[in-house]
Design a protein. Structure first.
Lengths: 359, 340
């Protein structure tokens, strides 16, 4: 027993050492959010509860930083709660915030259904609540919502990809990597992709759909199988930029991980607008990416929340749209600096000048 | 005479239900999509089944003792994350990254073993706790950021032994053979089955049950870490969602392979190996046959459910057939039947 406890103590010490070596948090996003946000309501110090489902992608991490830092700069006290992807836990956390008498609540919910319940709790307590990026399943309970129009943003990106496909002068085989079908964002992106397909019936062969469940390993396995079953795929859309490493792992051995203009290039596009997508566009591997305007979304929800608190509104209601945009190789020079991922990429000391020759 | 050979045939078929099911699924998907029969496809299935298969082998050790390890997914994430950080921040070579990964997996398994054998928490609750805590520790290390592995790891993941067999398959099959030998030819293997059959009886027989249980949870931790490394070596990056839900895939592969959740019955070869490959084969087959993505989970669940149902039916039928084969010799005492 003694030996076991000693051994475990040593192992614990080693893990603490690893913790100390852990990578630092990503550099904070440039503070465009703070520059535009309204000042906090005058008077006594305000407290906002920020409850998020998790911080599992660069998008959520950057959104979290933008909100927390900007509110902090405005003199607002922020109570943070991480639900670790547990909707019930998030509900309890919000109830706890309500019990503490916060002035407002901003949530990133686990899913649309749980958002409805959480908003209802805040409504009952008479505390204004805002939902960031992932909308409630219905509008039965009044709330502030900011959400990207996934369908339209996707279609903007895939329309550009279709134009590129037309230059091939033949029918092309399209493939879409679909996200979790329980996530309204994934469903919206799929619909946007199909809007483009249906608008060009003479351009596309049958669509190959690859389910990913937002999981890298599943995406890799299913994409590899799909490429084996359909080796002639020449247009690929990923519902999230985080899956580019898996796409590269599959395409590279097949000789299809090629830059624009090179023989065998697969027309590639995605959605999110993260720093990896920015790098891959700069280097000529990706043709287009749909961009959720992260900083606009953070600004908008904070502005609306602070306004509601200042006006004494307890159940404000406003569904706000992030129109987003598509960054393409066609508008790279004008739009690259507007993409949040490119801002993070440039902050890391990287240049946004193309590293390849556009044909 | 004819009756006897029919019995033998039925018994043989029932004893090999997992293999027959495997062949049936393979043939059906092949008929629906001829490309499915290509050697390349089978290689892909094996390669993609490798990481869950390795985790499932560790899970088999645990389930054979009538236990459960819900923390393998979190273990995969935290061990791969730490290995990635060590390689990224200290430019550590791949072999060191792998060693660190395995060491973290063993530590993780050791914590489970400690909670189960010393603190006496039941495995379900203990590993549920470490599943949540492990994920938290992993996110603390990574700060929710993707951890890229060096290109050399990706090259390793896509390399082939003698230019023929992909390395993930070699590791998977190698681990399965070693695990099979350990379970069938070593004292600890026999002790695992004994503890799973009846822990109390095993204790009375003089076995150190605590040590056996600690061993299986440490083995499970080690296998989870290795499985995680094999998976990341194919993807090149550790995503913060990595490992989530993999515990259920590992349990499904183990049970599909014929291991009883009540302990004491099961095997790695061919059992768990076939189970892991079958699950991946179904998924790949659905992609090949372009089944609607909303229908795919239903078909996967239906096949797994049917397989488990068949397995239960097989066990009942086998017991019946064995009973029929027992003959009481003329003149033998009635007591000869006692205990049948």
């Amino acid at each position: 027993m003694k030996r076991l406890v000693t051994a475990l103590s040593i192992l614990m010490a080693i893990s603490m050492l690893f913790a100390a070596c852990a990578a630092p948090v990503a550099a904070p996003a440039a503070v465009p959010a703070g520059e535009q946000a309204a000042a906090a309501p005058a008077g006594e110090q305000k407290t906002i509860c920020f409850a998020y489902q998790d911080l599992e992608t660069e998008f959520w991490v950057a959104g979290h930083k933008a909100i927390v830092e900007t509110l902090g700069e405005l003199g607002v006290t922020v109570i943070e709660r991480n639900a670790n992807e547990d909707a019930n836990k998030q509900l309890e956390q919000v109830k706890d915030c309500i019990a503490q008498g916060v002035d407002g609540i901003i949530i990133i919910p686990q899913d649309g259904e749980s958002a409805v319940t959480i908003v209802g709790e805040a409504n009952k307590a008479g505390i204004p609540i805002g939902v960031f990026n992932r909308p409630p399943a219905n509008d039965s309970n009044p709330t502030l919502v900011i959400v990207a129009n996934n369908e339209v943003i996707t279609q903007q990106a895939t329309d550009y990809m279709a134009e590129e496909a037309k230059k091939l002068g033949r029918k092309v085989t399209p493939l879409i990597m679909v996200g979790d079908l329980g996530d309204p964002n994934a469903v919206g992106r799929r619909q946007g992709f199909y809007n483009t397909i249906e608008a060009n019936p003479d351009l596309f062969n049958e669509v190959i759909e690859v389910p990913t469940k937002w999981d890298g390993a599943t995406a890799l396995a299913n994409l590899e199988a799909a490429m084996q079953a359909n080796p002639d795929v020449d247009l690929l859309f990923t519902s999230s930029d985080f899956m580019y490493p898996q796409i590269r792992s599959v395409l590279e051995p097949l000789g299809k991980w090629k830059k624009i203009g090179e023989e065998g290039h697969v027309i590639l596009g995605g959605l999110d607008g993260d720093s990896r997508a920015c790098q891959l566009m700069r280097d000529g591997f990706v043709d287009a990416t749909g961009v959720q305007d992260l900083f606009y979304e953070a600004d908008t929800i904070m502005q609306a929340m602070l306004d509601a608190i200042a006006a004494g509104e307890t159940t404000p209601e406003n569904w706000m749209d992030d129109p987003g945009f598509a960054l393409t190789q066609g508008n790279w020079e004008e739009k690259a600096n507007d993409m949040w991922g490119c801002k993070l990429f440039a902050e890391g000391g990287e240049s946004l000048d193309r590293t390849f020759e556009m044909p | 005479m004819k009756n006897s050979s029919n019995h033998r045939l039925a018994q043989l078929a029932l004893q090999n239900t997992p293999v027959i099911l495997f062949v049936v699924v393979f043939v059906v998907f092949g008929l629906l999509s001829p490309r499915f029969f290509a050697l390349q496809t089978f290689e892909t299935i094996l390669k993609q089944a490798s990481y869950i298969g390795i985790v499932a082998i560790g899970m088999t050790f645990v389930i054979l003792t009538a236990g459960i390890d819900l923390s393998v997914g979190s273990n995969m994430y935290v061990s791969a994350t730490v290995a990635g950080l060590v390689m990224q921040d200290f430019n550590a070579p791949v072999w060191l990254g792998l060693l660190v990964c395995l060491a973290v997996g063993v530590i993780f398994g050791g914590v489970n073993a400690f909670l189960i054998t010393k603190v006496k928490i039941i495995p379900f609750i203990a590993t549920l706790g470490t599943m949540v805590a492990g994920k938290g520790v992993g996110l603390l290390f990574s700060r929710s950021i993707q951890i890229p592995f060096p290109d050399s790891v990706l090259e390793l993941g896509s390399s082939r032994l003698f230019g023929l067999v992909p390395l993930p398959i070699v590791i998977f099959v190698g681990v399965a053979i070693i695990a099979h030998l350990v379970l069938t030819m070593t004292p600890i293997g026999r002790q695992i089955y004994a503890v799973g059959n009846d822990a109390e009886a095993a204790k009375k027989a003089g076995l150190n049950v605590g040590r056996v249980l600690a061993t299986v949870y440490i083995v499970s931790g080690l296998m989870a870490a290795l499985g995680g490394f094999v998976s990341v070596a194919q993807q090149g990056v550790v995503h913060p969602g990595f490992g989530e839900g993999y515990e259920f895939s590992a349990i499904a592969a183990t049970v599909l392979g014929g291991t009883s959740l009540f302990g004491g019955v099961g095997s790695v070869l061919p059992g768990t190996l076939l189970g892991a490959v079958l699950i991946q084969m179904i998924q790949t087959g659905l992609i090949f046959t372009k089944v609607d993505i909303y229908i795919q989970p239903l078909i996967t669940a239906a096949i797994i459910f049917a397989a488990v149902l068949l397995d239960a039916f097989r066990n009942i039928q086998l017991q019946k057939l064995r009973r029929r084969n027992i003959r009481v010799e003329k003149g033998a005492p009635a007591a000869a039947n006692a205990g049948d």
